[in-house]
Design a protein around this ligand. Structure first.
Ligand SMILES: [Zn+2]
Length: 55
C-alpha cells in the first residue's frame, strides 16, 4: 500500500477528514471486507469513499 496523506472532503457537511481520522466500515455490495473498507465521515457518518486495504 502506497504511503498517502490524502484527505477526504465530505460532501454532506464539508468536513475535511484525514485517512487516520476517517471512520471505516464494511463496504456495502458484497466486496471482501478484508480488502475493501468504506471510509465514512466521523462528523456526520456520510460515506466518503471506498478504499482498498488488502494487499
Ligand atoms: Zn460529513
Amino acid at each position: 500500500m502506497a504511503g498517502t496523506d490524502d484527505t477526504f472532503e465530505c460532501d454532506a457537511c464539508g468536513n475535511r477528514v484525514s485517512v487516520d481520522e476517517a471512520r471505516r466500515t464494511k463496504t456495502m455490495g458484497g466486496l471482501d471486507p478484508t480488502r475493501w473498507q468504506t471510509v465514512c465521515c466521523p462528523a456526520c457518518g456520510s460515506r466518503l469513499k471506498t478504499v482498498f486495504v488488502g494487499e
